[in-house]
Ligand binder design. Structure first.
Ligand code: ADP
Ligand code: MG
Length: 399
């Protein structure tokens, strides 16, 4: 990042009205919260501010209401959730801007919370509208971005808002940036990235960036099939992107220039069907039967990757190594997750992972807790891995 970001924890916030941009974009059905994880991750900053005697104003988006008030996307169910967790009264306004919001901010006392209604009920939010941001900032003293997962978007409550208030990072954002910076910019070496998942085309920019940074790049999942094809082998009925062969060839070539060793699976688990417990067998990568598809990496590949894990100090993981959702094709992903977690517990490896399906695969493996850090951000994590400066983070550094 170009300029240093200041954390709110180093500020005197007593009696100040602090506006936090949180990511409360959580699944809610018929007014009932389905998963509170994202809210839990926001608690350290909220608690810090409450204890320090701030007046805490929280804003967030929820879903895609397209600039209209849509009750299904209301943050209202969070009033009770937050007051139950924090054991304090949570005030609420039915609009994040306007007279009602200003009144509520004025009446707020130190140690209290005001939750503002969904910022995306106003078109100005996604348009990064200056006037909307100015209104949102009204009567606040400080702005805190604690929504790394939204920071790839230049939206008003993340970006334009920094024009109107002294702006700081929150504790969750600090933690996320620290983990990602330590892996990409100053990792303990040797460092490896493991990239899996479905499609090479969605991750091409990530792979191109990673070969300039990593000592090893382990490729698995359906993405490996395109590389296997590029090496001249048949991939049978496997999921593959035939039009990305040249991309794969270019990457294999470029990796040599940057001294990054690419590791492809030596063997694979193949099946005729993409189905739970379907008949399967293990074959060498060079001999995938024409009527079968590769759904996981095989035991030789697992052993090979284990030996790499034993010889590196930092691992960055994005993408499952097989179709982990269907049994038994999660074996490669789960076995290696467990192995990486064990090395992390023994302090031999720093393990940072992220991505929507990756997080759910690691949760399913039961060892997610033992990883050094798992990012809760999907899109923002992936853009960071492409080496892109996230607009809302850059904006924090500009004041
Ligand atoms: P993330 O969301 O973590 O970035 P992706 O969306 O890129 O990960 O990829 C996850 C998907 O890739 C999973 O749904 C998984 O089933 C699929 N996948 C991985 N390997 C294979 C394979 N060999 N064949 C078919 N699908 C696969
Ligand atoms: Mg995904």
């Amino acid at each position: 990042m170009s300029k240093a970001i200041k954390s709110i924890v180093s500020q005197d916030v007593r009696n100040k009205v602090v506006l936090i941009r949180a990511d409360f974009n959580i699944p809610i059905q018929d007014g009932k919260i389905q998963d509170i994880t994202r809210v839990s991750r926001s608690l350290p900053t909220i608690k810090f501010l409450l204890n320090a005697g701030s007046k805490v104003v929280i804003c967030s988006h929820l879903g895609r209401p397209n600039g209209e008030h849509v009750e299904a996307f209301s943050l209202r169910p969070l009033i009770t959730a937050l007051s139950d967790i924090l054991k304090i009264k949570v005030h609420f306004t039915i609009s994040c801007i306007g007279q009602g919001a200003l009144e509520a901010k004025k009446n707020l006392k130190p140690g209290e919370i005001l939750l503002l209604e969904n910022v995306r009920f106003h078109k100005g939010e996604t348009e990064n509208n200056i006037e909307f941001a100015r209104e949102l900032s009204g009567l606040c003293d400080f702005f805190v971005n604690d929504a790394f997962s939204c920071s790839h978007r230049a939206h008003a409550s993340l970006h334009a808002i920094t024009n109107f208030l002294p702006s700081f990072s929150g504790m969750l954002l600090d933690e996320e940036i620290k983990a990602l910076t330590s892996v990409l910019n100053s990792p303990a070496k040797p460092v490896a990235a493991l990239v899996g998942g479905a499609k090479i085309s969605t991750k091409i920019n990530i792979i191109e960036f990673l070969i300039t940074k990593m000592d090893f790049l382990v490729i698995g999942g359906a993405m490996a099939n395109t590389f296997i094809l590029a090496k001249g082998y048949d991939v049978g009925k496997s999921m593959v992107e035939r039009d990305a062969i040249n991309l794969a060839k270019t990457i294999l070539e470029k990796s040599k220039k940057f001294d990054c060793k690419i590791i492809l699976p030596e063997d694979l688990v193949v099946s005729k069907q993409f189905e739970e417990n379907s008949d399967h067998k293990i074959v060498n990568t060079s001999s995938i039967p024409s009527e079968m598809m590769a759904l996981d990496i095989g035991p030789k590949s697992i052993e090979n990757i284990k030996s790499i894990f034993e010889n590196i100090k930092t691992l960055l993981w994005n993408g499952p190594l097989g179709a982990f959702e269907i049994n038994p094709f999660g074996t490669g992903t789960f076995t290696l997750a467990k192995f990486a977690a064990d090395l992390t517990i023994k302090n031999q490896l720093i393990t940072v992972a992220g991505g929507g399906d990756t997080a759910s695969a690691l949760n399913k493996s039961g060892v997610a807790e033992d990883f050094t850090y798992i990012s809760s951000a999907g899109g923002a994590f992936l853009e960071w891995l492409e080496g892109i400066e996230l607009p809302a983070i850059s904006a924090l550094g500009n004041n």
